[in-house]
Unconditional design. Sequence first.
Length: 687
Amino acid sequence: MDLSKLNPPQREAVTTLEGPLLVLAGAGSGKTRVITHRIVHLLNERPFGAMARNILAVTFTNKAATEMKERLVKMGGPRAQGVLVCTFHAFGAEMLREDIHRLGWPKKFAIADMGDQLALIRRAMRDHKVDDRAFDARKVLTLISKAKNSGLPPQVKPEGMGDDYDLITHMVYPGYQLALKAQGSVDFDDLLVLPARLLREHEDLKQKYTRRFRYLLVDEFQDTNLAQMDLLRLLAGESMNVCAVGDDDQAIYSWRGAEVKNILQFDRFFPGTKEVRLEQNYRSMQMVLDAANAVIAKNPERKPKRMWTDRLGGERLRVVKCPNEEEEARYVAREIEKNIAHGIPADEIAVLYRTNGQSRPIEESLREKGIGYEVVGGSEFFDRREVKDVIAYFKVIANPRDEVSLLRIVNVPARGIGDVTMERLHGHARGQGLSLWDAMERSEGYEDLPAGAGGKVREFLRMIERYRGLFEGGNLAHVTRQLLEEIGFKEAARSMALSATTADKKLKSVDQVLNSLEAFEKREGPKASLLTYLNRLSLDTRQEEDEEGPGGNRRVTLMTVHASKGLEYRLVFFIGMEEGLMPHGGMQGEAQNLEEERRLCYVGITRAKELLYLTRAAIRVKRGKDIPSTPSRFLEDLPPETVELIDLEAPRTGAQTDQEKNFFANLKERFKAKGATKGAGGGPAPT
């Protein structure tokens, strides 16, 4: 195998075969290449008789494991088939299939699915006289999972720190575990916890596994939790031939139980660790890296590293202030349209945001321009059930002959018009050559309908007709609120949700439709009508998007920053660069994790290969009100020479906020200071 194409640090990581090794692989530094080369080099060198079966490589997804195995076999030939490449959980499951009976489970055990787990949680709650309707079983299950991943059973927090859920979780945990064992099941987290128990309690098993797996490699090490670290330490044995590859600057999953200290304190877990830093980036222009380096350098707890590239220069980052979120979306769509016209393929463009709710205005603006897009990690806003239901009401009110929409909402929320009624009305419509609406108008005259159904159908039609008149008078958002309140739409959506969190998401989706209508009315003025709104949202453009055009079936990607990790695009729009969004203010009362938010910002910036836009709205709608926003603190960390400021001043009420004035004044001062330094012979900053 030719190692000459590796850079010096990559080569050092590949050829260091004995003892603990931490490879700090910065964004775009070729870490997968290093892992695969290292495994093949192990097979080639075979120190002390190392063979494929002696190597275990752990990844975090089945997809990543499959891709790595394919690359290994391509590079190393058939002998590489014997290398075990899998996820932590898949490895744990294999261990348990052989030896779980030693812990008192039957040899043939089942892995409980979410439904099974929730049923056991609810039963355990009832055993402790806890009302499983008042307390969300899913939240209890989440807390149990977090506890298992931390390696400790759920604890009651000190007085004043915990809540009812902490106490309930502590109470039901033993019963839940007993019930799992009684039915011969384990849950997903047990696939980590129980193998560690086997190795700790059975010395012969520990000897068996440490003798076989003499070389361990772990990818994305910054994403490991304490249970995974515990299992890894037990497998490493005395030789500690552990190669961990990761980047503490991209540790963004603490909410899933990941512990960044696993990578920061690796040498404490594995004394005598050798560290290799991969700092050469093969993805981005230097301008992008200078910005990313400046943002992440402010984190106090990190392994110092500075990414660099041979791709010097590049266009400056565009930091764009927009009047509001609608203008932000329109600006992004215009720039995407322009860049596609200049030759950047749509699938080389991404829009990143902190929360899924931010996608709605972007989706609308892209639809307006007929630009194809794909939402990653979550349904498209207009594909969400509640949103489709509200839009279906609009369509029926605007056009009573829209039978698809009519059938969708005739019994949403439930009003006693069931499937039997609608099926028979459909039969009458076909038999008499009528539209479904016309057949419904005659419903009280049909004798084959269930008792009372005809009256309920007529009542529904009169309600639709009444709102048709109200919508013709304008005030679309106001009339929609009135309609949803009259039919009890939000209450019905809440009652259908499986948890309080899901209910909250459903109601927020409905509120976003209302925000969309309000923005449309402001923009269109007297021309705003229900029909023009629906025409603008028309999904007919989807057919055009799906057809092969000159550039093939290519779409702009919309996703959260979390979902973007590991991906790269020529052009990236990172929207919502405001306090409360980026950095996020914290979820459901939890404290803000500023260091992780800074790492998340770093991940977002480093997705860009050539050009990056950082946009923000001066005013954002929150709970129906226009609220001035504060620029993200991360914007102030950007080196002035990497930034081009764009201020989209549009007519709006209210003066510029003090925060905005200070932000732009500070940046201007830094530009002046930079210019003065250059004038004094200081020269440009080194790259």
